[in-house]
Each structure stands twice: as C-alpha cells, then as structure tokens.
Design a protein around this ligand. Structure first.
Ligand code: GUN
Length: 269
C-alpha cells in the first residue's frame, strides 16, 4: 500500500477560512474584534518565526494582534506584570507566552503560565484547562494536538474504537493528544522513552501520533499495513535536513495516510 499524503497546507487553508468566518461573525453580531497577544522573551530564532507567522495570520484573518517582545534578561516578576496587564486588557481575548522561555525564568514556567486567566489561555496550558480536557468539559486545548484531531476528522479517518499509540508524553503534544483521542473513543497507549516493547505496541496501532523529537525514530517495522501515521516531530537529520520522527520513505509504503515533514502538521499549526 502507498499512503495518501495529508498535506498541511490544505488543512491550514480550511482552518483559516473557519477562523476568518468566526472573527467576522463576532464583529457583526457583537461588535467585538477578537484579539491575541503573544509574548516573546528573548531571541530564539525558531520562536521568532512562529510568532511572526501568528501575527501575519491574525492580520490576514481580521484578528487584532499584539506582539510583545521582551528582552532575554526579563525577570519572572516583569513577565508576570505584563501578563496581569493583558489579563485586564479588554482588547485582548487570548494570551500566549511563546515557549521555550530563556534559562533564567524557565524554572518558573508553571507559575508564569498559571498567571494567564484560564479563559484567555489560548494554549490550553493552564491547569484549569488541562483539568477540563481530562474531565471532558469544554475548555481551551493545545493547538497542535487539536489540529491533528481535526485533520483526522476532515480527512474522514475513523477514530472511534481504533487503537491509537502516541509516542511522547509532553504537555504540549503527547499528553493532550492522548486525551483528545480518548475523548473521541480511541483506545490509547501513551508511550515514551521508558516504554517496553514499543515496536510491538506501534505495530498493533491503527493510528500512530509520533511526537518524541527523534529523527527517523518510527521505522517501517513499527507501522502496521494500512495504519494512519501523524508525524509531529521537527528535527534535523545528520545532513542538517528538516525531518520528522518517522522514516517517511519506508512508512509511506505501508501506511494508508501519512503526514510529511516538512509540509504536514507544522504547516497546519
Ligand atoms: N513553542 C512551541 N510550540 C508552542 C506552542 O504550541 N505554544 C507556545 N506557547 N509555545 C510553543
């Protein structure tokens, strides 16, 4: 079997159109323009690209956007004071602190993220929103796993009753992906670096979500014939080329659907 490629740009376009319509409807019905504030501390090059892209997308979709650039030397108290101001700002409905934070405040990440009002926590990282995801109440959900689930849904891929394996237990992708798949009636195994018999677990899966951050980690023998493979990894291989967590060329021969890297999940989020 040769897999159908799930192209990120196609899904990204659908999500943009949806967001644009929702923003226009808010404006028309309530006279409210949705507003997003993104705080970036320091000058991590990848973060700068992500933040610039979010700003451009907001502008294109009719969403008010503020980018707050703070110096590398910003203290925890300075960052918290900025979050407090945005919590109180009526133009701002969503607040996002771009991660990773610089070393001197990274240890305070939880305290910083918990300072964002849960209803403005567009990343879904606040414990209130994490709790809502666990209990199945409506709340804000991390964008990457949410987008992966929407991708499966839009591609018409069944989740209900399927065996899903998530590789990687990060708070940003792995754990919320496992919870969202569970909420959609998949039977989920959340695997990580200490999992025994990882190959066998993957080889039995109908859906694999790879988010471990290791180039080529998922090999062909871990992919069942006809499985769906979602690759969230963004790595550089030995030649410095961008690649995912999945050995794409080999897995493509067995999967029914697969996301490429680059051009898959990254483009969509
Ligand atoms: N850095 C990489 N991914 C993310 C994300 O989804 N949210 C935030 N805030 N920072 C990130």
């Amino acid at each position: 079997m040769t897999a159908r490629i799930l192209e990120g740009k196609v899904f990204a376009q659908a999500f943009r159109e949806d967001a644009q319509k929702k923003a226009a409807a808010l404006q028309e019905k309530y006279g409210v323009q949705p507003g997003l504030a993104v705080i970036i501390v320091g000058s991590n090059p990848a973060s700068q690209v992500y933040v610039r892209n979010k700003h451009k997308s907001c502008e294109a979709l009719g969403i008010y956007s503020e980018v707050i650039e703070m110096p590398e030397t910003t203290t925890k108290d300075e960052l918290i004071a900025k979050i407090d101001a945005l919590n109180a700002d009526v133009k701002i409905h969503g607040i996002l602190v771009q991660l990773p934070l610089p070393e001197q405040i990274a240890a305070h990440e939880s305290e910083i993220l918990e300072r964002i009002r849960p209803e403005k926590d567009v990343d879904g990282f606040h414990p209130v929103n994490v709790g809502r995801l666990v209990t199945g109440e409506p709340g804000l959900v991390p964008c990457t796993p949410f987008g992966c689930l929407r991708m499966l849904e839009l591609a018409g891929i069944p989740i209900d009753g399927q065996r899903a394996v998530v590789i990687g237990r990060s708070n940003i992708v792995g754990k919320p992906a496992a919870l969202l798949l569970t909420a959609n009636n998949a039977t989920v195994t959340l695997c990580h670096s200490k999992t025994r018999d990882l190959k066998a677990k993957c080889a039995a899966a109908d859906i694999i979500v790879a988010a471990i951050g290791k180039a080529g980690f998922v090999t062909a023998d871990m992919v069942k014939e006809g499985a769906v493979v979602i690759d969230v990894g963004i790595n550089r291989n030995a030649e410095g080329k961008l690649c995912g967590d999945v050995d794409f060329a080999a897995a493509e021969q067995k999967a029914s659907f697969i996301t490429p890297v680059p051009g898959g999940v990254g483009l969509m989020t």
